[in-house]
Design a protein around this ligand. Structure first.
Ligand SMILES: O=C[C@H](O)[C@H](O)[C@H](O)COP(=O)(O)O
Length: 246
């Protein structure tokens, strides 16, 4: 989706559909990224209008700041414990609802929050839905300590998985290495295609120095895919297609 206004309308449709699922008293995980920003604004507006009592855990400092500024009650995840539902965006979504996340650098907290949730609801525009993951560079959060060594292990892993010589880029921001909320670095793996996400995830997790990777396996329960005309399609793992919500 190249038209930003159309992409925005699609994100808003998905965000509204997710916010409509929220019930009074819920403990919610709030995602990060441009779609999550729209969702947080919609949620805050609904919570104020309907005087909903909600407890929220945020997946990034940016989301915590935004949600707090809009009047939502944001608490540390550990103060809430288990969450009823997390609503978050994604960079890519495949037919099994395996995701690539972390384009905004928040993958570590996002995965912790999603794993602490009864349900993960993904919100996105249609451009995020793919047959095979990997077109979007896979973010991998790594410690700064031993970066070269960690990167070498990743190169060897990719070579073993027939993905030798794929570019592995250290993410930059304003001319310096990008730092996550936890102070770590991000390597973006430009793989083109990921034939076996499970094997890649296992391989990455086994490398010392890798803190977390952006493959979300078996975490998403449903995906709400918005279209610019305001319609929303519900995707469930292994079920195609789908049910029209609007
Ligand atoms: O780290 C960021 C997150 O994983 C985002 O949810 C993801 O990058 C999607 O962001 P957006 O909604 O801006 O496309």
């Amino acid at each position: 989706m190249t038209d930003p206004a159309a992409a925005d309308a699609a994100k808003r449709a998905a965000a509204r559909a997710a916010v409509a699922m929220v019930q009074n008293g819920m403990r919610l995980g709030l995602g990060t990224g441009s779609t999550a920003v729209i969702m947080v604004r919609e949620l805050a507006a609904r919570a104020a209008a309907e005087r909903l009592s909600l407890r929220c855990a945020a997946t990034s400092v940016a989301t915590a700041d935004l949600a707090t500024s809009l009047g939502l009650k944001v608490e540390p995840l550990d103060a809430i414990g288990h969450l009823d539902m997390t609503i978050d965006g994604a960079d890519e979504i495949d037919p099994d609802l395996t995701l690539i996340k972390g384009g905004g650098g928040a993958l570590l907290r996002e995965k912790i929050v999603a794993a602490a949730s009864e349900r993960m609801v993904v919100i996105a525009d249609g451009a995020k839905v793919v047959e095979q993951l990997g077109g979007f560079p896979l973010p991998v959060e790594v410690l700064a300590f031993g970066l070269a060594s960690t990167q070498q292990h990743i190169d060897h892993l990719l070579a073993r998985m027939d993905m030798a010589d794929r570019p592995v880029m250290l993410r930059q921001r304003s001319g310096s290495p990008y730092r996550t909320d936890e102070g770590n670095l991000i390597l973006d793996l430009e793989l083109g295609a990921i034939p076996d996400p499970q094997a890649l995830a296992a391989g990455l997790s086994a490398i010392p120095g890798v803190v977390e990777h952006g493959l979300f396996l078996c975490l998403a329960d449903i995906a709400l895919i918005g279209q610019p005309d305001g319609t929303v399609t519900l995707l469930e793992a292994d079920i195609t297609p789908e049910e029209d919500l609007a």
